[in-house]
Structure formats: structure tokens, C-alpha cells
Design a protein around this ligand. Structure first.
Ligand code: MN
Length: 230
């Protein structure tokens, strides 16, 4: 029996709607620039941009319904509503046709972003970590099993701040579809059960501040809420 110098962190896990067991989180992958209108609002040309990936530590995972502190070192803290894919079985070098076979289910997520730090990193051609990978930055709703809801290919994706609609699009507008993302990502990584993939956000991203309340939904998948402490 090993002894630890200090108590290791509890495993990170996500509630599964209607299921007793929880979904243990392995890795958190995120896709950047995956809706054309959002690529344009960020100042890029969607016709010429390859998809880009970044990762977040599992400890960034925060359940829907949480109230979190405003993060340090930013004055431009942004919401990004996203469809999240939960991987349930191993997959490596998958074809697009095989890709959905590794999906356990789907959730609604918020890729919370320190936009000022992300943009500064991008301009200096450095990694995005301090803009993307920080405490409470990967908010997630309960996961819904694909067995129950199927594999969504369309449906409204919406986010409001204090009841005012800010993001309103459709997951049918993903530049890279869910099976295409899984197939592409599986060329670079051996996907494992517990991996989550945040698939990218539509246009309408913007800042939130202390005291703000975020609500969002992906049609057929779920709803999400987050409050920023005053
Ligand atoms: Mn994002």
C-alpha cells in the first residue's frame, strides 16, 4: 500500500442524468474556431482555418448550477456555450464512420475564457493555457447517454446573461461535425473512456462580471447555469 505525502485530490466526475453511476473525467479536449460566424468575430477567415485543439486540466471541471468567483488576472472574462461529447470507450485512428461508436453521451458545456490573456498569448505565438486552462473554466451539465437521446446533429444552442440572449445558433453549423472531430482527434491521441471534447462555440461570445448569471442550453441535450459571485 502506497502512502502519499498529502491527501491526493478526489477523482473528478460528472453526473449522468438518470443514472446512479457518475462519469469519471480523464482528459478535457477543446476545439477552437468551429462555427464560421465565431471564427469571423474573432478576426479569422473560416475558409482557411484548420481546426485547432487545446486542453484543460480535469480540475477545471465545474458542475452546472455552481456559483464561482470572478477569476484572477483578467478584465475580459468570456462565456462560450458548447456541445460536449463524452467518450465511453477507447478509440485510435478512427474513421468518420466508426467515430460515434466511442461516444457514451453528450452534455452542455461552458468553455469559460480569459479572453484578454488568450489573445495576448495568441499574438505572442505562445500557448493558450493561461487564457483557457484555469480553475472553474470547464463548466458542464449532467451527461445524457447517447443510448437515450441519440447522436444530435442539429438543435438550437443558446446562452443568456441575466436573461438577455447573447449566443443563439444551431449545432448543425459546426464546421467540423462530432464524428469528424472524433476521427481527426483520434489521429493524434488514443481516446480513452472519460475523455471529454468541448466542440467549439458559436458567435456572440462576450464578457461577464461579478454578480452575473449565465443560463444556456443545447436542444435535446440539456441546460446549464453558472453564477459569478458578486
Ligand atoms: Mn471554446
Amino acid at each position: 500500500m502506497s502512502r502519499y505525502l498529502f491527501e491526493p485530490a478526489a477523482p473528478v466526475s460528472v453526473e449522468i442524468a438518470g443514472v446512479d453511476a457518475r462519469f469519471p473525467v480523464n482528459r478535457v479536449f477543446c476545439v477552437g474556431r468551429n462555427y464560421a460566424a465565431h471564427v469571423r468575430e474573432m478576426g479569422f477567415d473560416p475558409e482557411r482555418e484548420e481546426p485547432c485543439y487545446f486542453t484543460k486540466a480535469a480540475l477545471c471541471i465545474t458542475p452546472s448550477g455552481s456559483e464561482i468567483p470572478y477569476p484572477p488576472a483578467t478584465s475580459n472574462y468570456h462565456h462560450e456555450i458548447e456541445l460536449v461529447v463524452a467518450i465511453g470507450t477507447e478509440g485510435f485512428e478512427l474513421s468518420v464512420d466508426e467515430a460515434l461508436s466511442v461516444v457514451y453521451g453528450y452534455a452542455c458545456g461552458l468553455d469559460m475564457t480569459r479572453r484578454d490573456l488568450q489573445v495576448a498569448s495568441r499574438q505572442s505565438k505562445g500557448p493558450w493555457d493561461i487564457g483557457k486552462d484555469f480553475e472553474h473554466s470547464a463548466v458542464i451539465s449532467p451527461i445524457r447517454a447517447a443510448e437515450e437521446i441519440g447522436h444530435p446533429v442539429g438543435g438550437r444552442i443558446r446562452l443568456s446573461v441575466n436573461g438577455e440572449l447573447r449566443q443563439d445558433s444551431d449545432i448543425a453549423k459546426l464546421i467540423w461535425s462530432v464524428p469528424e472531430i472524433i476521427a481527426h482527434l483520434s489521429r493524434f491521441y488514443r481516446l480513452e473512456p472519460g475523455d471529454l471534447i468541448y466542440t467549439g462555440t458559436p458567435d456572440g461570445v462576450g464578457p461577464v462580471g461579478p454578480g452575473d448569471s449565465i443560463t444556456g442550453s443545447v436542444e435535446g441535450v440539456g441546460e446549464i447555469a453558472l453564477a459569478i459571485r458578486d
